[in-house]
Design a protein around this ligand. Sequence first.
Ligand code: FEO
Ligand code: CA
Ligand code: CA
Ligand code: CA
Length: 727
Amino acid sequence: MTDPDDIGYNTTSNPSFSTMVEARLSRRNLLRGTVATAGGAMLGSISLAACGGSDDPANPAAGLKLGFNAVAKSLSDAVVVPAGYTASVLYRLGDPIAAGVPAYKNDGTDDPATYDRRAGDHHDGMTWFGANGSGKWDAKAGSRGLLVMNHESLTPVFLHPTGRTVVGGKRTVPSEVKREFYLHGVSIIETTKGADGKWSYKQDSSFNRRVHTLTPMELSGPVRGTDFVKSKYSPAGTATRGTVNNCANGTTPWGTYLTCEENWYGYFSRTAATDDAKRTAKELAAIKRYGVGPQDFYGLWGTTQGAADAAEQDTFDRWVLDVKGADASADYRNAHNTYGWVVEIDPFNPTSTPRKRTALGRAGHEGACLGRVEAGKPLVWYMGDDARNEYVYKFVSNKNWDAADATGGLAAGDKYMDDGKLYVAKFKADGTGEWVELSFGKNGIGETSANYAFSSQADVLIHARLAADVVGATKMDRPEWTAVNPKTGDVYVTLTNTNASSRPIDKTDAANPRFYNDPKGTAQTAQNGNPNGHIVRFAEKAGNAGASFAWDVYLFGARSTAAADINISGLGADNDFSSPDGLWFSQATQGLAWLETDDGAYTDVTNCMLLAAVPGQVGDGGKKTITNKSGDTTRTQETIVGAKPGEKDTQLKRFLVGPKGCEITGIAESGDGRALFINIQHPGENTADANIGDATKFESHWPDGGNARPRSATVVITRSDGGLIGV
Ligand code: FEO
Ligand code: CA
Ligand code: CA
Ligand code: CA
């Protein structure tokens, strides 16, 4: 298992719940129509190219039309797009981004010292920043821009000559670990569209940059300089080194990039048997709540033997949290507190130091989506904390937006992102919801909180999950991306999936309403819980900064062949999906939504995919009672569902299917909407370590084909007639 997104995160004490439900679903073949629609989508409507959107304000779905024929589900080792579209590989794992760096050999022998100037692994969330002729941000630019993307994680088997070298549970080849440090983080690359319409990146651009686990970072906001973050690296607690497990992303109104640290806790280890006695009860409660150690479940970086010198040894030591020295300035006991943040990077200033924006709280951050921007109003960002039973957050700036700050760079970030309030969502059964402020001294969050004695606002922000526990926030089925519909302002949250131990049948609620069995493969092995996930959306009732909202469930993932109480959205062969993760609205079309999957449940039938949608709005459906079943147990659950695809002019169609073993993630468009960028993450990730010597046993060879090792890569999608993508 190499993808940390697949790992169970639940640190609560819910009982194990493994009752198997007998597979009794009819497996009618509903594939009719997919062959007939596979060809001939040359002419998409471009009538809305001027962003006109709906003529009917009461129905935001009216007007926009998906202008392609859906692609069929696929298990092939290829990227499949509709007729009339081209998908081209732009930027692969290992590709060089500086002059003089040789092409990637992709056999594990590339010089580890060059990896700080190569594409990282596991491409994830990304943003395309248009650039004008002077190299300044221009949101409408269509043929030159900086593509900024996350590199979340690694598929280690393909990175070294014969996979990772681990002896007696320790890493014994420091250069392999150095490679892995560099392969995480963020890429900034200059991309251009040539006269022939083809996209490429410029290998020697002065904008090109890698940010990785050794890059110096400033801690910014209320946590900066507090005892919680003092370390040997920064005795004053003002800085930290690097970023890791950068999952989804976000933007600002001043043209900077937000990269979000998700499963950072899996990189740290701690010797609980000796370290526990040196920690306060508060520290231990916090470590437990965030699932930090004691076992490193990822790279064993802290075990690395054979460092060349003390400075290199320090880069390995900082992944071990044990209390060793006289105080925090002598060891890395607090290193975990310097991860789990939303990090701001100015891509137009290659020498700038990224800033970890601590006012947005510490979590397993998936992404940070900017809400609608209005002059004279606060700025808001919506954030999912991706672990089972975690929460949805909102950050609201204290300062009101002044358009004069649109060229402000990181100084604008200091103004709006270091000073504000953090809220967590409570979804109520009646279809309303509430944002509860997470501030020291409010809402029961303080020194006498039952679960944890908070001492300051910095303490609240570092332990946002514990503060959210205090106020009774709603536990969700793994909140992934958030997205804001530019047409309506509705906020969408993908809830990728959960399992029966994290949400047993008697713990469903209105916003997380399903419990069912999803058969897998010919063995019909039961997967109970909510293995296909769903998407909740909400409408702020009192403006972005307000405390109340209305919500419904926009879509439920399901097999098209599943029973009606599972396939609640009525998905068919052209649009059935499982485990929604990436979700993003195109600005160029003013309202087209793109949905990406990171699935392990429906993968017996199809590889992961990208779908396009024309959604409606909160409240376009109605109340529904679902009957959930587990063995002999039957329970009903009330919920509120949106219009099904096809109702009220709403639409949903599968646009792309990826190669074997991949996740589809990250999405961005050129300023004119004529190029769509997506990432193929970890093709072939299910290749067993033992098979690295036999290329015929690799799960995938995408994108290079033949016997090549597979590589995560960015793909750029264009239309043969040069039109807007998807419409
Ligand atoms: Fe990295 Fe939650 O996906
Ligand atoms: Ca992944
Ligand atoms: Ca995921
Ligand atoms: Ca994700």
